[in-house]
Design a protein around this ligand. Structure first.
Ligand code: GSH
Length: 290
């Protein structure tokens, strides 16, 4: 076991030292804006402020799926919010999301404009607005909502727990890695058992629950998150792998994964998206936001 006995928590915690780790420079214990800056606004009713993290791509995949389905009103401008530079703390962003986290959406087709934050809430808002990817019949809708909320509740253990301590913490600590690995493997088993008898999470229909879960657990088993495939023995979750690989092939998913992405191979990046034709361009270093 790691020796953690040296740290004695003080009576009252104070913010007097950097915690270390990859996101230490943006972590702070208070909410609200740090600086005045308006957000840019494009030509479409839907304005998305985001970054291609797993929470971010849930929304861009959903919007690309809606467009593929023939819903032109789902056209959107996707603006890059660079969270490692603290852009989520601008006054404009905080007006749309007081929680200062991407993704955040502004629907300017309503009067007054509607702000939506929390990726799960954004998926449900879009599904209801465009009547797609969310069953309307009560029991099927309940099943879909259950798997969507399961993802929203479970994923902090995967990202904030496992991912943080396995991939980002300044040192490897055995206790939290054990604790969160246990939980993530249990979650993968929950998904695997459900997908043993179903094509998609809620049955034979692809829904917002698949979009949300694929962004995290799909990425994890396909080796696109935390480089933990071997450590977690992801190949033992065969139904999750089958489901993830199938969804990964959808053209809308491929496009959605590129939007607001500014790392990795250039042909998989698209810093900002304002038009469907933006996907035809290969990213260059002088592309806005790159
Ligand atoms: N529950 C939120 C989580 C969003 C979230 O954690 N976003 C991260 C990126 S994946 C972020 O913006 N982090 C910036 C920060 O913590 O300052 C959602 O699903 O929308």
């Amino acid at each position: 076991m790691t020796d953690t006995s040296k740290y004695e928590p003080p009576t009252v915690w104070t913010w007097d030292a950097e915690s270390g780790g990859r996101f230490a420079n943006i972590n702070r214990p208070v909410a609200g804006a740090t600086h005045d800056k308006e957000l840019p606004v494009g030509k479409h009713p839907l304005q998305l402020y985001s970054l291609a993290t797993p929470n971010g791509v849930k929304v861009t995949v959903m919007l690309e799926e809606l467009l593929t389905l023939g819903k032109p009103e789902a056209e959107y401008d996707a603006w890059l919010i660079n969270i490692s530079e603290g852009e989520q703390f601008s006054s404009g962003f905080v007006e749309i999301n007081p929680n200062s986290k991407i993704p955040a959406l502004l629907d300017r087709s309503t009067t007054p404009p509607t702000r939506i934050f929390e990726s799960g809430a954004i998926l449900v808002y879009l599904a209801e607005k465009f009547h797609a990817f969310l069953p309307t019949e009560a029991s099927r809708r309940a099943e879909c909502m259950s798997w969507l909320f399961w993802q929203m509740g479970s994923v902090p253990f995967l990202g904030g727990g496992f991912g943080h301590f396995y991939a980002y913490a300044p040192e490897k600590y055995e206790y939290p890695i054990n604790r969160y690995t246990m939980e993530v493997k249990r979650q993968l088993d929950v998904l695997d058992q459900n997908l043993a008898s179903r094509q998609y999470l809620c049955g034979d229909e692809y829904t917002v629950a698949d979009i949300a879960n694929h962004a995290w657990y799909g990425a994890l088993v396909l080796g696109k998150l935390y480089e933990a495939q071997e450590f977690l023995d992801v190949n033992s979750y065969r139904n999750v792998i089958r489901w993830a690989a199938e969804i990964q092939e959808r053209p809308a998913v491929q496009r959605g994964l590129r939007v607001n992405r500014v790392w990795g191979p250039e042909e998989k990046q698209l810093a900002e998206r304002h038009d469907a034709s933006d996907f035809d361009r290969v990213q260059t270093s002088d592309t806005p936001g790159a």
